[in-house]
Design a protein around this ligand. Structure first.
Ligand code: FHN
Length: 684
């Protein structure tokens, strides 16, 4: 063949291969906004955790506290767990009934476990026999759900997919009790290829899939580059698909938000929790169980009340997030009655109040004592939805910090107008005698112009505790440029005669700083307060001798929180030059106590950031400075202490149950930015 033609073919194939791996992380904001639009509008979805684990329903031998993790938490060997396959025959499964219940509850999408950590596939996969077609049921569950969603309409089908796989031999992380699954001969690339082929089945054969909700990304098996590659692979197959942040390694523990660093993922995934405040410009979805378990547990009757679930939905929407509420179906394919009842009640509330959730954005107010606020703009109108959780005894709702009055104020449930008084920077709304809905009753402020909401200032500082001096910087939130800040340093509320804030305040004595926003001589926001405390540094000690590193004492045990290590005997001891889990990294069911001295370079106030998966504690000079205890993903907790230059005693306690395990300690001072505690500061 003509060499020129060969050259053109080679160049073209290079182009094709490179375009197959287009980097979708470089997507423009407008393109992402367009792709996310339906999801941001939806605000409310159904999570479904279903699989073989519904058969034992949480019970194994003498314990009834298992659920979808039962293969691991009950340490069931693979051959024994495979015995559930011939038992899986959900004769009550009715895809249309599931989809209709989600729709009637006011949900706009369903995210179902295509494959959970146990590796069992709910669809007819050509890549494995460990799927629903190997069971007596022999029906493609995901296909039936896809058909039901298409026929009923109004519900997007989405898939949860676990990266971690306890069944496929090439996923070569092993639980330390798994003696029956050698790692020799395994091939991680072969597993990733398997996962990609299965995902291609799901993307191309099950209709217009809205979201891929990855999970199980936390073990060492999965790397950041794998996450970016998988994100681009899936987007290459379906450019408009939405993918959560657990496809990569950037999730900050159960708080779920994506840490800085170029990680892939379109939205954050707080789990069983709701962020304290809205996060402007950040897409996130809180996922929660209705009781205590994701997978069905027949003994778990601790279901959240309807009121709690509705108020969680509203709280999340008022902070600009989505709510993914979980159902754990039974082995027979039916929903637990407690779940059905709650879905029905939420649906009744959504039929009246859905417009105050769908397509809304975060509240423009920092805090409202009587409930929450959501907002929506349609054309030249803006609607502020006042969600009244606690009906005021005097029947009057006070809304502070708003500088213009609405065109109308009315009850959402019957559109009846209500009277209101507009002051310079507040509204008083007169409510009817009693609430029509103790879960949440909604009052609408209809504006025919942009509501004029005044934001209170923010008082920030390196640290409110200080040794000699510290600074107080007072700023207005982004976008607030109409007002000025006035402040006091004697604990009194600021007035129009108080000093105008123009530059940072240098604090040399214990002080209470108060500030508020002023407009044309009037206070138009709430008052913010920050106390500053002058403290004495803890004196240093003089050890008889020192050597580099911390002593490390290792313990084995199955704990759900940090044990009393001093009452246990260590199985191994050593010295670690840095704060880590050392030789036990990636093991399970163990604890470690690191102890020694930290050499503080200069007298100052120090921030310590202890992050761990699972729980940890930090003691400095015998005082508990950070409590990051408990079973959780990688989470960081901060503690602050004034320390004199020299040696101070330090002790770190840590335990790992199963899954990911990490331990980090970072330090920050006013002169040194946050960094891993350097080895040169650690001695024993
Ligand atoms: O280990 C899983 C768990 O089983 C469940 O799927 C939750 C739901 O988000 N995600 C993981 C725990 O963080």
């Amino acid at each position: 063949m003509n060499p020129r033609i060969i050259a053109v073919c080679v160049l073209f194939s290079l182009y094709l291969s490179s375009s197959a791996q287009k980097n979708y992380l470089l997507e423009s904001k407008s393109d992402k906004d367009q792709r996310m639009e339906w999801w941001r509008e939806a605000r409310f979805g159904m999570f479904i955790h279903w699989g073989l684990y519904a058969i034992p329903a949480g019970e194994w031998k003498d314990k009834t506290t298992h659920a979808e993790w039962i293969r691991t938490t009950a340490q069931i060997p693979l051959k024994e767990y495979d015995q559930f396959v011939p038992q899986f025959n959900p004769d009550q499964f009715n895809a249309k009934a599931w989809v209709q219940m989600a729709k009637d509850a006011g949900m706009k999408y369903i995210t179902i476990t295509s494959k959970h950590h146990d590796g069992f596939c709910l669809w007819d996969s050509k890549e494995t026999d460990f799927d629903v077609m190997s069971t007596p049921f022999k029906r493609d569950i995901l296909k039936e759900l896809a058909t039901a969603c298409r026929e009923i309409g109004g519900i997007r089908l989405c898939f949860y997919h676990s990266i971690m796989d306890w069944h496929h031999p090439d996923y070569n992380e092993r639980r330390n009790w798994e003696k029956d699954r050698p790692v020799a001969g395994t091939d991680r690339k072969r597993y990733i290829a398997y996962m990609k082929k299965q995902l291609k089945e799901l993307v191309t054969q099950y209709g217009d899939i809205g979201v891929f909700w990855f999970d199980g990304e936390w073990e060492g098996f999965w790397k950041h580059e794998d996450g970016v590659d998988l994100y681009n692979y899936l987007r290459g197959l379906k450019p408009d698909v939405i993918i959560n942040n657990r496809v990569d390694k950037g999730r900050g523990g159960m708080a779920g938000m994506t840490t800085a660093g170029g990680y892939a993922g379109d939205f954050g995934t707080p789990e069983q929790e709701i962020p304290e405040t809205g996060l402007p410009g950040v897409d996130w979805e809180s996922c929660m169980t209705m009781n205590n378990n994701w997978g069905y547990n027949k003994a778990d009757k601790n279901f959240k009340s309807v009121k709690d679930l509705i108020q969680k939905l509203v709280d999340i929407a008022s902070k600009g997030g989505n709510f993914l509420l979980n159902i754990g179906p039974k082995a027979d394919g039916s929903f637990p009655q407690e779940s059905i009842d709650r879905l029905k009640a939420i649906g009744d509330w959504m039929k009246v109040n859905g417009e105050s959730i769908y397509g809304t954005n975060a509240s423009p107010f920092e805090h409202t004592s009587w409930g929450r606020v959501t907002q929506k703009t349609a054309g030249n109108k803006t609607y502020l939805y006042l969600h009244v959780f606690d009906w005021p005894k005097d029947g009057v709702i006070h809304l502070e910090g708003i500088g213009n009055k609405p065109q109308y104020v009315y009850q959402l449930w019957d559109k009846e107008k209500v009277s209101f008084i507009a002051n310079r920077n507040s509204l008083m709304v007169q409510l009817p005698g009693r609430s029509p809905d103790e879960n949440d009753a909604v009052i609408v402020l209809e504006y025919w112009e942009k509501p004029l909401v005044y934001k209170a200032p923010v008082i920030s500082t390196y640290s409110a505790d200080f040794i000699q001096t510290t600074d107080a910087v007072i700023t207005l939130p982004a976008g607030e440029n109409r007002t000025e800040i006035r402040y006091t340093t004697n604990g009194s509320d600021p007035t129009a005669a108080s000093p105008l804030y123009q530059s940072k305040l240098n604090i040399t004595q214990s002080t209470v700083v108060k500030a508020a926003s002023f407009y044309k001589g009037q206070m138009v926001s709430g008052v913010v307060t920050r106390s500053f405390n002058k403290v004495k540094p803890v004196g240093a000690i003089t050890p008889a001798s020192t050597a580099p590193g911390l002593t490390a004492r290792y313990y084995t045990g199955d704990w759900d929180s940090i044990p009393a290590f001093n009452a246990l005997s260590p199985v191994e001891t050593g010295v670690l030059k840095t704060v880590s889990t050392g030789v036990y990294a990636d093991k399970e069911l163990y604890g470690v106590v690191l102890e020694g001295y930290i050499k503080i370079p200069a007298t100052d106030l120090y921030h310590f950031y202890l992050s761990s998966d699972d729980g940890s504690m930090l003691y400095v000079d015998g005082e508990k400075l950070v409590d990051n205890n408990g079973l959780h993903g990688l989470e960081e907790v901060k503690g602050t202490k004034a320390l004199a230059a020299g040696y101070h005693r330090i002790r770190i306690e840590y335990f790992e149950k199963s899954g990911g395990d990490e331990l980090h300690l970072m330090i920050e001072s006013k002169t040194d930015k946050k960094k891993e505690l350097p080895a040169l500061m650690l001695f024993h």
